[in-house]
Design a protein around this ligand. Sequence first.
Ligand code: G3H
Length: 478
Amino acid sequence: DGEVYKYYADGEWKKCSSGKTVAIVNPTTRKTQYKVQACSQEEVNKVMDLAKSAQKSWAKTPLWKRAELLHKAAAILKEHKAPIAECLVKEIAKPAKDAVTEVVRSGDLISYCAEEGVRILGEGKFLVSDSFPGNERTKYCLTSKIPLGVILAIPPFNYPVNLAVSKIAPALIAGNSIVLKPPTQGAVSALHMVHCFHLAGFPKGLINCVTGKGSEIGDFLTMHPGVNCISFTGGDTGISISKKAGMIPLQMELGGKDACIVLEDADLDLVAANIIKGGFSYSGQRCTAVKVVLVMESVADALVEKVNAKVAKLTVGPPEDNCDITPVVSESSSNYIEGLVLDAKEKGATFCQEYKREGNLIWPLLLDNVRPDMRIAWEEPFGPVLPVIRISSVEEGIHHCNASNFGLQGCVFTKDVNKAIMISDAMETGTVQINSAPARGPDHFPFQGIKDSGIGSQGITNSINMMTKVKTTVINLP
Ligand code: G3H
């Protein structure tokens, strides 16, 4: 009936006082796999107090020591990759191989963060006053970067380990403490990851992980006066968080409708390979997945044929077998995807494959001749269903891309680099990839969305900077 996991606070594993739990349903078996504690608001209050006091002494811990502990955590995390990956397989149906990659990538991210942190935070600025009109050289200004305090980290289900450490590691190196609220699907993987930080020997109360129902502790956490910064990745809940949060820095990444614009001169084999990787890896459940193909009419038939040949080769089945397409995260997600598919059918899209679903397992589907009146032209399925819109000019493609309320990434395929740069400049997205599918990594690259796709910029360097504030001391000379 599901193993019950404790939450983590004050350096200890605890049961919540109510005895209530939250069930984690395995997307493949659709049975309860694990249970986690349903923390109450009082328990959250205690955790906030702990995080606040632990942060004070952590901020005084030498930077090199903070880095040393992070390197230790990174090594332990990599040693624990097998059991954590197993949880990812059971909780979020991530293919076994990709689950291991997620953990290893997370270890690398932590180490890089430690290295980058000692460089960025090891430097300050020195300014003199007489560069500004009317001033003599009587003031020396010293600047440094100081921590914000308690960082609330809320990662999504699709990378419960990696998108947790991408918040935790920059926060810690910069001298902040952490309250982590993992997604329900992925909570046990996140608790295992936290265990690695525990083994590394971080001070008590510095890293805390509370699990529970969003309806009970979600708003309570995000509106908590003890929180000094929120780093959130997920869906449109982020928009409501941004409206309710206090006067604190926010870092948010809230999904996308990443377009793939294909020009007439594109290498169609390269495009097809990238559409498969970009559109169907982890069954399309990535914010950076290719979510609409905008292809020039003259090459559309040839491209669709090439993509279809590759779709036919995708394996479909359980994550334990390393299938390419695995069950999507929940029944509600499957129903939502099905809604988009049925809408497209009713409005006359061309089905390149037969629509097939068993439980949460949805077979990969390419929908050709999609038109703007279909929901799938604009909404993100977060599933293995990809619409193709045929365009008669580059401008039409850019227009469709920019008409979206999202603006995360996009990609353009052409051999003409000048054209590619002009299209990139015209696309209203945080990043444009030329001749490759959208992706967040390498993890030190800036990563940001505009419009409903987010606030602020991520990536290791930007996150470290974002989780600090500037402090200045001015020496006034006689
Ligand atoms: O789902 C959102 C992630 O930030 C995407 O990361 O491009 O490495 O899959 P990824």
